[in-house]
Design a protein around this ligand. Sequence first.
Ligand code: NAP
Length: 354
Amino acid sequence: MDKLRAALLGATGMVGQRFVKLLTGHRMFELTVLAASPRSAGKRYREAAHWCVEGDVPEEVADLRVVRVGLEEVRREDEVDVVFSAIPSELAREIEPEFARAGIPVISDASAFRMEEDVPILIGEVNPDHLKLVKLQARRGWRSFIVTSPNCTTNELMIALKPLMDRFGIRRVIVSTMQALSGAGWTGVPSMAIADNVIPYIRNEEEKVEREALKILGRFDGSRIVPAELEISASCHRVNVLEGHLEAVFVELSRGADVEEVKEAMRKFRGRPQELGLPTAPENPIIVREEEDRPQPRLDRYAGGGMSIVVGRVRRDKVLENGVKFLVLGHNTIRGAAGNAILNAELAVSEGYI
Ligand code: NAP
């Protein structure tokens, strides 16, 4: 097939750079327009981006002129087939519908539309059928649609929980996070605040995890998502790690299961992206490690090209009924953002939505 032409909004940011890296040489999509703030507009990409991803700025895009974020600005450069969005949420609320209305699908990492009833929060392996929701967006008068990805912290937690929910049922989840600096974006956390420190609070993060989870694990009944019936409590913290969110998870299952069964359910877990052989789908969505000191951000964040999550220290929890506890690690700007969005776009193409 001919490659689909793609614009990237927020191309210079932490997530935008990941998109650039992952879309270079992609077999379905070609980045033809890079957009960012007025601060970057007019500069060549290599000058505009504070490049902080491994390797150099890819040659294919290094000399593209960055344009301002906006439908007209993007259209002046190219008639794109799809838009990837990694801009701040307040801006996404205003800009993303312009594209959807004009018939250009938006695959977004921003939180602006996640909780809208007709917008899926999509993880290819977890809730691929929620993609059907986008048909309801025609009621808004849009010729195309918006698909969102979850918050980075929610993403890896959902992948870890999905096989447990399917096999044993889940009643309650408690999660305590150790989140990387890149999760806060390029200007996110001042170095004087985080060096030699842990910040025990991330604004709005716990609320996002708790409400997105019930929607993602919910059931699409043909007209809406019926939220999952489980209780979830999150405590979120920023640590001095560049990439990779680590989470300590405590789960009350609906029925008793031994630790080996839990590990087996996770190891065997596969989803629609693996079935379809999508380019960004990792062979193993969940890697379960046996060492007592894994997963670790530095050692495990690039598992499966950053698209696998890594689980370790799976053990029985004695406080919760039918309790298990474990650690899970995911690469926040790959699995938790750009990689997940690209996988969503691949799924939407393969299922005939784009
Ligand atoms: P970031 O590093 O701060 O990058 C923000 C991007 O948006 C930059 O390209 C910036 O352009 C552009 N931008 C900022 N203000 C703008 C404006 N007024 N007009 C047009 N463009 C503007 O942030 P990020 O971490 O990449 O996050 C991007 C989005 O992804 C956010 O919605 C965030 O919540 C979401 N997200 C992030 C992560 C993560 O792990 N970081 C994970 C999941 C979701 P300039 O460079 O020109 O300023």
